[in-house]
Design a protein around this ligand. Structure first.
Ligand SMILES: [Zn+2]
Length: 405
């Protein structure tokens, strides 16, 4: 990219380069200057200037490599490390029956975490915010002196207006138009956290995390499915999240697959989530009111040969295949990832899905798709909330730090 004659263009180029370098180290971990020079296609002196800027801001540090291969001529290339202990975000995963809070360092490492599991219920937003603020107090007390929180990300199973974090609809928590973003900002602000709060849909954030550093890393087209009480999806098309006009797109759980099926919480009948969600699995297995651990127990019973559990898993597998086949035909994804409770179910239905795709999926896209469990295990959503929180810093490192100074 050539810099234009104007100073503002020069500044823009520099900001872009600083952003690209920091993002590279955040995603790939410690990287030598030589690797950065080739990955970013910039000359060595420019890389040196950019890393000096980032080091001066406390975002990275540089070290000689621990062991230098051979005894060749010339100095070894310095390695640029992110500084997770100095620069971190707060990430929150808000579920129907759990709350998870974490302090996540630059580079993506989880430095500290708190979890609360409790019976399902319509918990008030204030109750959720109070717990998350309490977790933050505990975790902040253990943070490195002088370290800075550069962002806050919260994931929730619901329809979210991302501009201000208003939760438009979270049916399984009983929330309608709850101002989660501003309530978190206020609660955390009382503790001195000044960073911006971003709230996002859990499946969208799971997809983001898997795309940045999980099973969809390097893929341009991917579908991340997550099943908890409801079923959500995050879709990556051409390397970008599919958002829709108002940011509410990708609600695959409410794709109607069975007009003769059960009534869904959204008011429609036969949504995909009524056929593959937790309730569908537990009803079919004869444990309609089972706790959270029941789905893995049903899968284990099925693999042990229990006929009713086996029938339940196969039944849900059939409906899963119908939906996945449609997704493969529509989006031609490189990878479909099964998160949340679908992660527990996936090993038991993987063969069945692959087989069923031969009849539901068109051959060309079917031959290209990979079906897999999440690369980040149970933490896709939490890590996605952290990645969203790092967004402003990675986009404009000096500008974001200046706002927090
Ligand atoms: Zn529905």
């Amino acid at each position: 990219m050539a810099a234009g004659p104007g100073g503002s263009t020069q500044d823009e180029v520099r900001r872009h380069n600083v952003s690209t370098l920091l993002r590279y180290v955040h995603v790939h971990g410690p990287t030598s200057r030589a690797e950065l020079t080739s990955a970013m296609q910039l000359n060595r002196s420019t890389i040196g200037t950019l890393t000096a800027d980032l080091a001066g801001a406390g975002l990275v540090r540089e070290e000689l490599p621990a062991r230098t291969a051979g005894a060749g001529a010339g100095r070894p290339s310095l390695v640029v490390w992110p500084r997770p202990e100095q620069v971190y975000v707060l990430a929150f995963d808000i579920g129907v029956d759990y709350l998870i809070a974490a302090r996540v360092g630059l580079g993506g490492s989880i430095l500290d975490r708190r979890e609360l599991y409790r019976p399902r219920g319509d918990y008030a937003m204030d109750d959720v915010v109070n717990h998350l603020c309490r977790f933050t107090t505990e975790m902040s007390a253990r943070a490195e002196p002088g370290s800075v929180c550069v962002g806050v990300g919260a994931a929730i199973a619901g329809v979210v207006r991302e501009s201000d974090g208003l939760v438009r609809f979270a049916p399984n928590l009983g929330w309608v138009d709850e101002p989660l973003g501003s309530a978190l900002a206020e609660g955390l602000g009382r503790q001195g956290v000044r960073a911006r709060v971003a709230v996002g849909n859990d499946a969208d954030l799971g997809a983001l995390a898997e795309h940045v550093r999980g099973a969809a890393a390097g893929a341009t087209d991917a579908v991340y499915l997550t099943g908890e009480v409801g079923v959500g999806a995050g879709i990556i098309v051409g390397g970008e999240p599919l958002r829709g006009h108002g940011g509410y797109g990708g609600e695959l759980g409410h794709m109607v697959v069975n007009p003769a099926g059960r009534l869904c919480r959204c008011g429609a009948r036969g949504c995909w989530e009524t056929e593959i969600g937790e309730k569908a699995i537990l009803d079919a297995a004869g444990h309609p009111d089972g706790p959270r651990s029941t789905v893995p127990a049903v899968v284990a019973a099925a693999s042990g040969g229990d006929p009713r559990a086996l029938a339940a898993v196969r039944h849900v597998g059939e409906w899963l295949a119908i939906g996945v086949g449609n997704l493969v035909n529509i989006f031609n994804p490189e990878v479909v990832i099964f998160g949340g409770l679908l992660r527990d179910l996936f090993p038991a239905v993987e063969q069945q899905l692959s087989g069923a795709l031969r009849t539901v999926g068109l051959s060309a896209p079917r031959e290209q798709v990979r079906l897999t469990a999440p690369g980040l295990g149970a933490d896709s959503t939490l890590v996605g909330a952290a990645e969203r929180a790092f967004g402003p810093l990675l986009f404009d490192p000096p500008g974001t730090l200046a706002l927090l100074a």
